[in-house]
Ligand binder design. Structure first.
Ligand SMILES: *Cc1c(COP(=O)(O)O)cnc(C)c1O
Length: 383
């Protein structure tokens, strides 16, 4: 069969199962989104603090920038001529915020997760990863030469057994997890993971805070800040594209790890660095991050409300965060539910296999501090 025919056949199968993905046209208007001629509350964005569309922040930033002239491209990898001074400013700021030895900035969370693990692992490394970690971590594991085992989601009993069984067989073991999980909105027990890894001198902890950075902790540094274990995590990764309303990612780590990554991390070395203007925007937001306490509080209020509404309807809701799934089961039913909500002005998207396990298709609500309680209230009768 010709390649194109094979591709088409596979697409047809996806469509039959209700799993065909499309890029849809949309117009953004603050927290609202307009698609298919319908204006809806955007419940599918990662703009958790509502910073992305804040006019006041953008005006203040533009004012601060005028005259500075940060460029709109770096024209090079950081290893060549792309390492503009603003990179150092952001990394210094992260170092101070986290009180850490050092930090390194990357183009995206995807670059971070697909680059760090392949750089630091050898075939004598074992990675123990939570079953539900983000695709970028899975890709990072696959690109590395490490052996890996995925433990059942948040099943630390199983993890403990795996550590006991394998710790003698490998030079190093890395436990990889998210802090807030992107599809269930539940949390890893970071304290327990820290206690587990401390039982061994060759076990390290890799935590991706993509959904928690900005949102959790007194200064907004994530769940590790909230639980006071920043310094117990060996590879603390987070992203700027979600709550922080910018683009890029970071690792907070030891100096030696940073220097090693600069020498070995292919997704840092072989890619054009983010534009300096983007780093300037990131730095501007990082300066303000500790002060967004009202936004973090509002997000918490909304999260409790929506979880309650979902549970009141008899659904099981694992979420303990601002990411709240309505787990429906069949893809086709999840699609119907999404269409129904969209008709009533709520833009929540269905999430289907392979993003989530078969039979757990869902609507995924991600909340924003820009919403009001009143705006969510109609969901009480719609869910
Ligand atoms: C979104 C996300 C990423 C990818 O980050 P980008 O900056 O969007 O590439 C990585 N890890 C997790 C857990 C995420 O949710």
């Amino acid at each position: 069969m010709r390649l194109y025919d094979e591709l088409q056949q596979e697409l047809d199968t996806l469509k039959q199962k209700g799993n065909l993905r499309r890029l849809s046209d949309m117009i953004h208007d603050g927290k609202m989104i307009c698609a298919n001629g319908q204006e809806m509350l955007n419940l599918s964005s990662n703009d958790y603090l509502g910073l992305a569309t804040r006019q006041d922040l953008r005006e203040a930033f533009n004012k601060e920038q005028s005259g500075k002239g940060e460029l709109f491209t770096s024209s090079s990898s950081r290893l060549l001529t792309g390492n503009f001074a603003i990179y150092g400013v952001v990394e210094q700021r992260l170092r101070e915020l986290f009180g850490a030895e050092n930090a390194l900035v990357f183009n995206s969370g995807y670059h971070a997760n697909t680059g760090i693990l392949p750089a630091i692992c050898t075939s004598d490394t074992l990675i123990l990863a939570d079953k539900l970690v983000h695709a970028s971590i899975i890709d990072g594991i696959r690109l590395s030469s490490a052996k890996y085992i995925r433990y059942r989601h948040n099943d630390y009993g199983q993890l403990e057994k795996l550590l006991e069984k394998h710790q003698g067989e490998f030079n190093h073991i890395i436990i990889a997890t998210e802090s807030i999980f992107s599809m269930d909105g539940d949390e890893a027990d970071l304290k327990r993971l820290v206690a587990l890894k401390k039982q061994y001198d060759n076990v390290y902890l890799y935590v991706d805070e993509a959904h928690a950075f900005g949102v959790r902790g007194r200064k907004g540094l994530g769940l590790a800040e909230e639980l006071d274990c920043i310094h117990d995590i060996d590879f603390l990764v987070g992203t700027f594209g979600k709550a922080l309303a910018s683009m890029g990612a970071y690792i907070v780590c030891r100096e030696v790890v940073r220097e090693y990554l600069i020498n070995r991390m292919r997704t840092l070395i072989f890619t054009t660095a983010l534009p300096p203007i983007c780093l300037a925007w990131t730095d501007f937001l990082l300066q303000h991050l500790p002060s967004f306490t009202a936004e973090r509080k509002q997000l918490q209020v909304l999260s409790r409300l929506l979880k309650q509404l979902i549970e009141d309807k008899g659904f099981v809701c694992p979420s303990t965060s601002h990411i709240i799934p309505l787990i429906i089961g069949q893809s086709s039913e999840a699609i119907l539910k999404a269409e129904q909500l969209q008709k009533h002005g709520f833009y929540a998207l269905p999430v289907r296999p392979p993003t989530v396990p078969e039979g757990t298709s869902r609507l995924r609500f991600s909340l924003s501090a820009a919403f009001t309680v009143e705006e969510l209230e109609p969901l009480r009768s719609l869910l």
